[in-house]
Structures are given as C-alpha cells and as structure tokens.
Write a protein that binds this ligand. Sequence first.
Ligand code: GDP
Ligand code: ZN
Length: 307
Amino acid sequence: MTVPPANGTIFQQGLVLWGRGGFYRILLEDGPVDCRLRGKLKRRHTQMVAAETDGVCAGDAVRVSLFPQGENEYNGMVEAVLPRKNFLPRPRIANIDISVAVLAARDPACDLLLLDKILLVAAHYGINAAICFNKADLDGGDLPALVALYRDLGFAAVAVSAKTGQGLDELKLMLRDKVSVLAGPSGVGKSSLLNWLLPELMAPVGDISARLHRGRHTTRHVSLLSLPAGGLTADSPGFSLLDLPADLTAERLPLLYPEFSRYAGDCRFLGCRHRNEPGCAVKENVRQGRINAGRYERYLRLAGELK
Ligand code: GDP
Ligand code: ZN
C-alpha cells in the first residue's frame, strides 16, 4: 500500500530479510531495499540485543519510509516494528509460519525423542510445526509408519531424499508462500535440503553448508531467502527448537501434546500431568491403544528432564 505524501516520502509495510552492521534488508512490494533504523528504534534495539532479548530481527513486519534519491532509487528508514505472532530466540527470527523438524531414516538414527521435543518446543513458542523425514533412500526407521503416526496427530509430515530427490515436491509445497525454518540435529541433511530448495544458491554450496555448520554460537546473522515457488526460508536452522526452553514448566508440558488434550478433560484431577495420578484418562487411553505408547513414554522422559 503506497501513500505518496507531499514531500515525496513513501510509507510501506515490509518484512525484514536480515540485518547486518546497522543495515536491514527489507522486502517491500517491489523488491528489497536496505534501510537503517530510526533513532529511537535503534536505541531500543541496541538495549534489547544487549539484554539478549528481541530487538528488530529477520521476519519482523516493519513500517518503512522511503526517500526518493534518484530514478527508482530510495533511501529507507525503519519507522516501526509491528506486533509479532511468534519469536524464536536462536537464531532470532520472528513471525515464523512453519518450523520443519528434520530427521533422517538413519545415519544418524531417527531420534523420536528429539522429534517430539522439537514439536513441543515449537508449540511452546506458538509456531506451527511439520516433519520432514530425510534419507528415505536408505533402509531404516520405517518411514511410512512414522509419517502415518504423526499425520494422525495432526502434523504435516513428508518422507524425502535429498540424494534422489524423492518427495521434495511435497516438501516444497509444505513451505510454499510461508516463512519457514528447518530444525534438526547435525547430519540429517538440512543443508542438502536447502541446496535443493534454493537452487540459485547451488553455486556457493560450501557457503550454505559452512553457515549451517558454524555452530551454536555464531547464528546471529540469519537470513531469510526467497524460495522459487514463493515464500521465505531461513538459511540457518532453528537451534532453539532443539532445547527445552527455561520457561517451559512441567504443568505446561502436557498441554503441548495434541493427543492428550483430546482426553485430558476426562482425568479425575484438574491439571493432571498424566503420570501416576489415579483416574487418569490419558493413561487409560494409552493402555487401550488410542494414544501411541511410544509418544507417551517419551513424554514421561521429557517431563523428567524438566524437573
Ligand atoms: P546437516 O548437518 O543436517 O546440514 O546435514 P548435511 O546436509 O550436511 O548432510 C549430512 C550427510 O548426509 C552428507 O554426507 C550428505 O551427503 C548426506 N545426505 C544428506 N541427505 C541425504 C539423503 O537423502 N540420502 C543419503 N543417503 N544421504 C544424504
Ligand atoms: Zn491424566
């Protein structure tokens, strides 16, 4: 929505692709423009980042003012950051539409405890989660059964191979027109998948891999990159999704399991944690096979980790 006021300044809403050295690349209607932060925003941002909280980051929806410099050339200034729907702290990304948990059929072994953790940490942050089982070309993990199990729980799930290309159209569809981030342990094929998803970056392959493998302490410079079919994806995995957040309590944990919430209303006690409480409807439904026993056992282990 372009509003041309008398002095030639134009105001637009945009989306932050990345920020570096005081400049922010903002995706506007007609393409990206590099902007600085308006003074008061900059001071607030500096304080917040120093305190390791939010500040302006990739994925933020912002209001930008554009000052004409020449023909089709603008100087831009970020005037305001709009309210966020969610925020991932490491790397700092806002307004994620979908986080995709990436696991491998094997090499490394398919770690379902980690998968469940990623799904519930995403739920804790208010981010919609989906699953991509990679290395479908290798034997192992019984991927069709896993895909069926998690689809039953309401998660979008695909089995793909970054080696053969199988299933990748489904993955592309999953990410289409969305702001996405991949998350998963090292070695499952995240950078291989990004190389498929972002063909224009095929040339500097090492670049993406190097970035992905740079590790946990150097993930500040995340960028959102345009997907050919529409949408944006982060060039660095969502590391925060691999760890239980400090503010995730044992009371909240069971609320993040969609299959528990179907039955929790029938538990004898309000706020039942579905462990050893008498009259627990969740436990009863695990016994009767309506709730997957593996998921429930992994829940007990994660609940134990929270103490
Ligand atoms: P990342 O650590 O998650 O980024 O994983 P990489 O993309 O670096 O992949 C780790 C290893 O798995 C590399 O040797 C890849 O060649 C290999 N790999 C990735 N995807 C596949 C796949 O679909 N099938 C097979 N067989 N190997 C894969
Ligand atoms: Zn219960």
